[in-house]
Design a protein around this ligand. Structure first.
Ligand code: FAD
Length: 452
């Protein structure tokens, strides 16, 4: 009797990769965690038909399939282990259509976010979701995780930027979800259901994206330094309450600021100092920057405003260097809680309490414009120590108490499964399990992820 791999090979030829390097790479994403064992094969799909063929063989043989973009996820959701097929969409990377008049583009899932935007710029349009990983993550992965980024307080997250999706179900059927029109409310919104479903409901093989015209003019940058992180968080909440909408508003606490300054060879910041880095854009950029500066000065910040684009990029480089700065310190568990924006100061109080109670320093950055925090737990070795999980569990419960959520943009994957029911409640957890079973009755799509 032929094995699953034989059947895949007979149907897909050299699209089926069983080299050690490919199998090993498919075990892990960028979360620092890897699946148990090695997958059966990595299938490099080049077409919708390749995806359908893979899923039909998987269904007939009862073999689990893990869809995979670029493997930059931070929740372990693309990790593929023993007895499973890794289905890579990375080679399906064509732009099929760009319509600046309708502000939409139709793309395959494997195109990298930044590459898409470089190509769209030729048409004077862009796709707004901008994860810090935009140079290395795929549009399909962005959709499957419901990614966010620096600009999303003003320009929205992935959920706000997708009109329709082509999806292959576990049994190989192809669905066309959503629409090309701005409006559309026919039936249930299955496009939204797919966004953030982490490869558990279907494989995204095409996306109709909602675009924006490129924003005119140069952005203005504002840096505000505060004596401590609570004051910086209160400053960001005051900016939000003032009604001015910055394009970017990022917060770095003292530990993260110090680590990045060290990495980049910059003068060390003042002890305990925390920083807000803000950009305004569009025709009103300068006026809005001036208003924000006065709000932040009233909150006790030391404020500098610049309309020099080079300086603006330099400031954002400091924020974008957080991940490499943490990697230098050890293995990092990057957390991702989100709270209502007015609750940011209270959430930083909770982080300070958890640091004291558990004896861990937790360098934290936040997309302060939308209340999404990334507390980083740094440790030695490859396994997250129990004391770190205990502190992280406390952090999640604190976020929920403040009206927030377990994950703002990275997803549940394998790392947050045990807290999922705490947020959803038993009834919703069960309903969601049944939705999964409806899409994937045999349970072959990314099993063990999200629900466990
Ligand atoms: C340095 C760094 C910075 C980051 N910054 C951000 C950030 O600012 N914002 C943010 O949101 N995330 C960020 N991330 C996390 C990560 O880049 C995102 O989650 C990204 O969307 C994952 O895309 P990917 O192509 O790498 O997907 P993968 O990691 O390959 O997969 C992620 C999930 O999507 C599923 N999947 C992938 N493709 C498909 C498909 N075509 N159909 C169905 N399911 C699919 C997988 O099964 C898995 O569940 C960062 C990561 C790194 C390493």
């Amino acid at each position: 009797m032929s094995t699953v791999v034989d059947r895949l090979r007979a149907a897909l030829g050299d699209g089926v990769d069983t080299t050690d390097a490919a199998l090993t790479a498919a075990r892990a994403d960028k979360s620092g965690h890897a699946a148990e064992g090695v997958p059966l094969a990595v299938v490099h799909a080049r077409s919708v038909e390749d995806v359908q063929t893979t899923l039909r063989i998987a269904t007939e043989t009862g073999t689990p399939v893990v869809p995979r973009g670029a493997g930059t996820g931070l929740a372990g959701a693309a990790n593929t282990g023993s007895g499973q097929i890794a289905l890579s969409l990375r080679r399906m990377d064509r732009i099929l259509e760009v319509r600046p008049d309708d502000l939409l583009a139709v793309v395959e899932p494997g195109i990298l976010n930044a590459e898409l935007n470089r190509r769209l710029a030729e048409h004077g349009v862009w796709w707004a979701p901008d994860p810090a990983s935009r140079e290395i993550s795929t549009v399909g992965g962005n959709i499957a995780t419901g990614a966010g980024g620096l600009l999303c307080a003003k320009y929205g997250v992935v959920r706000d930027a997708v009109l329709g999706l082509d999806v292959v179900l576990a049994d190989g059927r192809l669905l066309h979800l959503g629409h090309r029109s701005v409006k559309g409310v026919t039936g249930y919104d299955l496009t939204s259901l797919m966004i953030g479903s982490e490869g558990t409901l279907g494989v995204v093989v095409g996306a109709t994206l909602k675009l924006r015209h490129v924003v005119d003019g140069e952005p203005c940058s504002i840096v505000a330094v505060f004596p401590d992180v609570r004051a910086a968080a209160a400053g960001s909440a005051a900016v939000t309450a003032s009604g001015v909408q910055p394009a970017i508003m990022e917060l770095m606490d003292a530990a993260s600021l110090a680590a990045v300054h060290d990495l980049l060879g910059l003068e060390p910041p003042a002890s305990g100092a925390a920083q807000l880095t803000i950009q305004t854009d569009g025709p009103a950029a300068r006026a809005e920057a001036a208003r924000i500066a006065s709000v932040l000065e009233a909150c006790g910040g030391t404020v500098t405003v610049s309309d020099d684009p080079v300086e603006g990029e330099r400031l954002l480089t400091i924020r974008r260097s957080m991940h490499p700065a943490m990697e230098r310190l050890g293995t990092t568990l990057i957390e991702d809680v989100s709270v209502p924006r007015s609750a940011l100061p209270a959430m930083f109080d909770e982080i300070a309490r958890i640091e004291r109670e558990y004896g861990h320093v937790i360098p934290t950055v936040a997309h302060a414009g939308d209340g999404n925090l990334h507390p980083n737990f740094v440790f030695t070795g490859t396994e997250v120590p129990d004391s770190v999980w205990a502190a992280a569990g406390d952090l999640f419960r604190s976020a929920l108490r403040l009206g927030g959520t377990l994950t703002g943009e990275h997803g549940i994957g394998v790392l947050k499964r045990r807290w999922l029911a705490d947020e959803l409640g038993d009834d919703q957890w069960e309903l969601q399990r049944r939705i999964k079973a409806l899409f994937d009755p045999a349970g072959i799509l990314n099993p063990g992820k999200v629900f466990g």
